[in-house]
Design a binder for this molecule. Structure first.
Ligand code: SF4
Ligand code: SF4
Length: 376
């Protein structure tokens, strides 16, 4: 049996979190293995410069609690993620509350500019930051969120962050279909799978709605832990109210690694059948359905009748230019005197990168009346 251990936890109190984590490690038979490590790389979700209250990134107190435990075990700790877009890493760390971790605990926080990359495989070639492959072990610290393009962000998808920021956009361009894109994510997960000793999910404050940065922060009050990222994602999907068999990343991963639902045992405060109250996954499911239709061979025909495209709010946009630099098809530009990016719809592949990386949540998906009527 593969164990997923759950805890109901409503706030970020370091003492309480440490108690939960030790219990979770013990109940999932991982405590001994973790104690035996000499060094470990922590992989939080640091999507971009968002304050912890927004529910977008792994909370710094969640990470602090784990660091204190690992320091007690005399384990050398480092941390890394590759945020999306072109935000300065230092700015992301500061906004997400991680700068203090470096000072307080003296841990190493790797920066892409000093670490370098490996290039692996062919068609596509994967560009991976070196520390993820050079480290002895990884503890994965995903955030629990819905996501229009992949339906859910959790443990497996967190390893898309081993790819440096701007290189990610290239995979969106090459694989605009959500199922094909899920294969890319599964491949990045597979590259580091053997290094992962534990997955500890921060679902205390998560996010629902369209996500992964422009949804609604929600107090889910959940921590999940497991040695197995796929089993953890299946339990997390259940809690949000998804049918996990309809989430491509999860079903492709379960198939590849031959994991059946019956093999998963959920322990702790939540059961496999439990669904959290007040979680809105409908918006995300509908938008995902639309994206699938738009990535079929019929897309050009459908596009004539069903107009869907990103729009930008002049009230929120600060003209930072992130979306323009990150757009994989150069569909966005700033024209003279414009306060928002200008979209060339013929180039847009609806990858939603511009929505994902906008630090102001100024970008959203606009649907024409026909789209709303027939695709909702
Ligand atoms: S929409 Fe405006 S604020 Fe958002 S990333 Fe683009 S330029 Fe920056
Ligand atoms: S405009 Fe936005 S959704 Fe369209 S291709 Fe560029 S980043 Fe993707």
């Amino acid at each position: 049996m593969i164990k997923v251990v759950s805890r109901n936890c409503q706030s970020y109190e370091i003492k309480k979190l440490k108690e939960h984590f030790i219990e979770i490690f013990f109940e999932s038979n991982s405590l001994k293995k973790i104690k035996s490590l000499e060094s470990v790389l922590l992989k939080p979700n640091l999507l971009g410069p968002y304050s912890p209250q927004k529910g977008v990134t792994t909370h710094p107190i969640f990470v602090s609690a784990l660091i204190e435990i690992l320091k007690d075990f005399n384990i050398k700790i480092s941390l890394m993620d590759n945020p999306g877009g072109v935000n300065k890493y230092e700015k992301v760390l500061e906004k997400c509350g991680y700068t203090n971790l470096k000072k307080k605990y003296g841990i190493k926080i790797f920066n892409l500019t000093e670490t370098g990359i490996y290039k692996i495989g062919k068609n596509p070639k994967y560009v991976v930051s070196k520390p993820f492959l050079d480290c002895q072990a990884i503890i994965n610290l995903p955030k629990l969120k819905t996501h229009t393009f992949t339906l859910m962000t959790c443990a497996i998808k967190n390893f898309y962050g081993i790819i440096p920021g701007l290189a990610k956009a290239n995979y969106h361009r090459l694989f605009p279909n959500p199922t094909k894109f899920a294969e890319v994510i599964l491949n990045t997960y597979s590259l580091v799978k053997e290094k992962i000793v534990f997955n500890l999910m921060d679902g205390i404050i998560g996010m629902d709605g369209s996500g992964p940065s422009s949804g609604n922060p929600k107090n889910f009050g959940v921590i999940l832990g497991s040695k197995d990222a796929i089993a953890l994602d299946i339990c997390a999907a259940n809690l949000l109210g998804f049918n996990f068999k309809k989430i491509p990343i999860i079903y492709l991963s379960a198939k590849k690694y031959d994991l059946s639902y019956q093999e998963i045992k959920m322990l702790g405060d939540f059961q496999k059948k439990d669904v959290l109250e007040n979680v809105n996954i409908q918006k995300c499911i509908i938008s995902n359905r639309i994206l699938r239709i738009f990535s079929t061979p019929l897309k050009n025909f459908i596009k004539i009748f069903f107009k869907i495209y990103p729009v930008f709010s002049p009230k929120k946009c600060t003209q930072c230019g992130n979306c323009i630099k990150f757009c994989p098809t150069s569909a966005l530009t700033f024209s003279k005197n414009s306060t928002i990016p200008k979209l060339d719809r013929s180039k847009c592949i609806l990858c939603l990168c511009c929505i994902e990386i906008c630090p102001q949540s100024a970008s959203s998906l606009k649907k024409s009346l026909l789209s709303k009527i027939f695709l909702n």
